[in-house]
Design a binder for this molecule. Structure first.
Ligand code: IMP
Ligand code: MG
Length: 171
């Protein structure tokens, strides 16, 4: 598999993002909400470097890609989400692709009464966005290729890889 972003570059960038987040929140308590399952590694690595009063929660979003690279119907489940009314929420996802997932989840968090919602993504894919959406913290911008590793999957495989790699069709 072609390595797009090696593990050491990811860790260095996550360090920078954490420093930026600490600066922006400036001592305010933050509720980190990760979008499962892709947020797994990014969330775990990032929060360990954030020196702020912090809570962690999760929400589930799946878009049923099945056997193809084409996104399907989006399902959001919030059974794991605690009360976030009045909280400053930092929403984390692995990748901003079309923007549909993050747009829907941000709307849900605002609907639940979050005092503020900021968004951090490890990756932002260029040329794929279908809805206007500006994340507050971005790790890397990447070309329009299907990537796996560091939380990102294809049919739930490859999430455990410590790097981000490009999955060739048929691999
Ligand atoms: P969006 O709603 O189109 O922005 O899709 C975001 C979700 O699609 C992410 O949370 C990922 O789960 C998935 N996704 C988008 N692009 C990729 C990719 O290149 N590899 C793996 N998953 C992806
Ligand atoms: Mg995902």
């Amino acid at each position: 598999m072609e390595v797009l972003i090696p593990a050491d570059r990811i860790y260095a960038r996550v360090d920078e993002l954490a420093a930026e987040i600490v600066r922006v929140y400036d001592g305010r308590p933050v509720t980190v909400v990760g979008i499962l399952t892709g947020c797994l590694m990014f969330t775990a690595d990032l929060i360990r470097r954030i020196d702020l009063p912090l809570r962690v929660a999760f929400i589930t979003a799946s878009s049923y890609r099945g056997e193809t690279f084409i996104a399907g119907k989006l399902e959001i489940r919030d059974e794991l989400l605690p009360d976030i009314a009045g909280k400053h929420v930092l929403l984390l996802d692995d990748i901003l692709d079309t923007g549909k997932t993050l747009t829907r989840v941000v709307a849900l968090l605002i609907d639940r009464g979050a005092a503020s919602v900021k968004v951090g993504v490890l990756l932002r894919k260029i040329g794929r966005q279908e809805v206007p959406f500006e994340p507050d913290f971005v790790g890397f911008t990447i070309p329009d290729k299907f990537v796996v590793g560091y939380g990102l999957d294809f049919n739930d495989e490859y999430r455990h890889l410590p790097f981000v790699g490009v999955l060739q069709p048929g691999e």
